[in-house]
Design a protein around this ligand. Structure first.
Ligand SMILES: Cc1ncc(COP(=O)(O)O)c(C=O)c1O
Length: 386
């Protein structure tokens, strides 16, 4: 038997819990104030249009729908670029796997470096692609911030050609991101050491906005090649199960980009032949139609603002109950998650005494908080930290 997925295990226990007040803070999805995964209005309209057209569901090209790939590239880099290839992928995970398989051809002996901690699938995904995976220091539990000195020191010691996976924004699981100054320093080290950056942009629009959240991707793409990039619409368009994402490669020239695309298409062809059509068509419609695009941006801003409001409500409510409790760092974190600073014992007490399910590392999904459960959760946290 393979080991169970630790995060999905938490959800299974949550589902079996009979307590009507139970709250699942372990998941990695955005839910609205009613606790539901939203169906965005822009998606509903794009789907209705598509359905009305009566078009059949034929195969897509190996690299995906052209209108999708072009739209994604403009979203990521602000424009289409001749030296960049973008191919539709099965979510952000699929984008990472295409990139990992391609890197395995280019740099089979490289070591892959991921942040400590990181999204739990990074390690397994790159190991499954045949790489040795190690981690660089990232989170500093003492300051609730980035251990930037440790991160930089480790990157500075890496041999040329090693691969560095970087979370572009909304770091999963900590919620702690690099500042723009720190990004510049990371870029300088990556260039000086001739490392291969793999930027993972799974939450574009969830921190500060579409362009602001693409900052790191654009910084690297403007400065160097190759840059590997995976991106996802699972969260930003609430299309989780549709598996809509992309892999992009910033090459050194248009000619190099063409050759890279030919190799990437072989990887896709031998894995799943071509990507699924439905989600890609919906996103292509949203990205390429001015009205749907405006609607999406306002719905995305609504999700972003609600998460920020929940961060504030959590901090205020805990501080009201436990004066002097220092939870202010939660306001600096971005995206779905927060490393709450709760210990394993406190997380287990929340589970057994209050049916509130967080990850044992202390990670909570802030987007699972809403106006109905915020008091209950803040109250329970206040009791376990006292
Ligand atoms: C950092 C990171 N990368 C990639 C992914 C994968 O996203 P997708 O569901 O689109 O495959 C996630 C999803 O949680 C993530 O947190």
């Amino acid at each position: 038997m393979a080991p169970a997925d630790p995060i999905l295990g938490v959800t299974e226990t949550y589902v079996a819990d009979q307590n009507p007040k139970k709250v699942n803070l372990g998941v990695g999805v955005y839910t609205d104030d009613n606790g539901k995964v939203p169906l965005l209005e822009c998606v509903r309209r794009a789907e209705a249009e598509r359905s009305k057209s009566g078009a059949p569901w034929s195969y897509l090209p190996i690299d995906g729908l052209a209108a999708y790939d072009q739209g994604v590239q403009r979203l990521l880099f602000g424009e289409q670029r001749k030296n960049v290839v973008t191919v539709q992928a099965l979510g952000g995970t699929g984008g990472l796997k295409i990139g990992a398989d391609f890197l395995r051809l280019l740099a089979p002996r490289a070591t892959v470096w991921i942040s400590d901690p990181s999204w739990e699938n990074h390690r397994q995904l790159f190991e499954a692609a045949g790489f040795e995976v190690k981690s660089y220091p990232y989170y500093d539990a003492r300051t609730h911030g980035v251990d930037f000195a440790g991160m930089r020191r480790t990157l500075e010691g890496l041999p040329a050609g090693d691969i560095v996976v970087l979370h572009a924004c909304c770091h999963n699981p900590t919620g702690v991101d690099l500042s723009r100054e720190q990004w510049s320093e990371v870029l300088a080290v990556v260039q000086a050491r001739r490392l291969l950056p793999f930027v993972d942009l799974a939450y574009q629009g969830f921190a500060d906005g579409i362009d602001a959240d693409a900052y790191a991707a654009r910084l690297f793409a403007d400065a160097m090649s190759p840059v590997f990039l995976s991106s996802s619409f699972s969260k930003s368009v609430s299309l989780y199960g549709e598996r809509v994402g992309a892999f992009s490669l910033v090459a050194g020239s248009e000619e190099e980009a063409k050759r890279a695309l030919s190799q990437i298409k072989r990887i896709v062809r031998t894995n799943y032949s071509n990507p699924p059509s439905h989600g890609g068509q919906i996103v292509a419609a949203i990205l390429n139609n001015a009205e749907l695009r405006r609607l999406w941006e306002s719905e995305l801003a609504g999700m972003r603002d609600r998460i920020k409001a929940m961060r504030k409500a959590l901090v205020d409510n805990i501080q009201k109950r436990v004066p002097g409790a220092d939870f202010g760092f939660v306001l600096q974190q971005r995206g779905l998650f927060s490393y709450s600073g709760l210990s394993r014992e406190q997380v287990l007490r929340l589970r057994s005494e209050y049916s509130i399910y967080a990850i044992e590392s202390g990670r909570i999904c802030v987007a699972a908080l809403n106006s109905r459960n915020i008091d209950y959760v803040a109250d329970a946290i206040a009791k376990v930290i006292r």
